[in-house]
Design a protein around this ligand. Structure first.
Ligand code: S3P
Length: 194
């Protein structure tokens, strides 16, 4: 992919051909939102398994569509192009069968993406405190937004700006230091799944 090209979408509905059948016990997609490092992918994967649904991570889908890592998309094409790709990928996934969808931390901040998610999915804000998040994100350096001076402060600022918007989600679940299975249990209960 050249630096001129955008983050285009080649895939049809339904997502990758691997993994359990989409849907499972879900009648509606469950979309996890929240700050980077709250555990959306880990919790999402376990939740999907527990309801026999397919799990999809929107960042991974964007990377597949672009043939570039998230970091490379930010570096070569810029954040606005990443957000456009993110919107297209999430729209495609929301128009497919019910899945468990982990979204990138900024996805729900985009008004159009947020409106789509509200319309087509049950949204879950996975919430954690900054110390917990920092412990997790500081282990890896894959997040372009944190490659700045004082990344912990950047994280705290993002959290302050985004929390009121994440709070619009249908369900709020705390994702603390405990095992992911605790958050999965809380989400299942909130969804009325026994
Ligand atoms: C972002 C979060 C990342 C990724 C990108 C931007 C954000 O996803 O989409 O680096 O704006 O918070 P995770 O939340 O999965 O780390």
């Amino acid at each position: 992919m050249s630096a001129q090209s955008d983050v285009s979408e080649g895939g049809g509905p339904g997502g990758p051909a691997t993994g359990p059948p989409a849907g499972g016990r879900l009648t509606r997609t469950v979309a996890l939102v929240g700050l980077m490092g709250v555990g959306k992918s880990t919790v999402g994967r376990k939740l999907a398994e527990s309801v026999s649904a397919q799990f999809i991570d929107s960042d991974e889908e964007i990377e597949k569509a672009a043939g570039l890592s998230v970091q490379e998309i930010f570096d070569r094409l810029g954040e606005p192009e990443f957000r456009r790709g993110e919107r297209r990928v999430i729209e495609r996934l929301l128009n497919g069968p019910p899945i468990v969808l982990a979204t990138g931390g900024g996805a729900y901040m985009d008004a159009e993406t947020r409106a789509l998610m509200k319309e087509k999915a049950t949204t879950v804000w996975l919430r954690a405190d900054i110390e917990t998040i920092w412990k997790r994100v500081s282990r890896r350096d894959t997040r372009p937004l944190l490659k700045r001076d004082n990344p912990k402060q950047v994280l705290a600022d993002l959290n302050a700006a985004r929390a009121p918007v994440y709070a619009e989600a249908d369900i709020v679940v705390d994702s603390g230091d405990g095992p992911a299975t605790e958050a999965v249990k809380a989400i299942r209960e909130a969804l009325g799944l026994k």
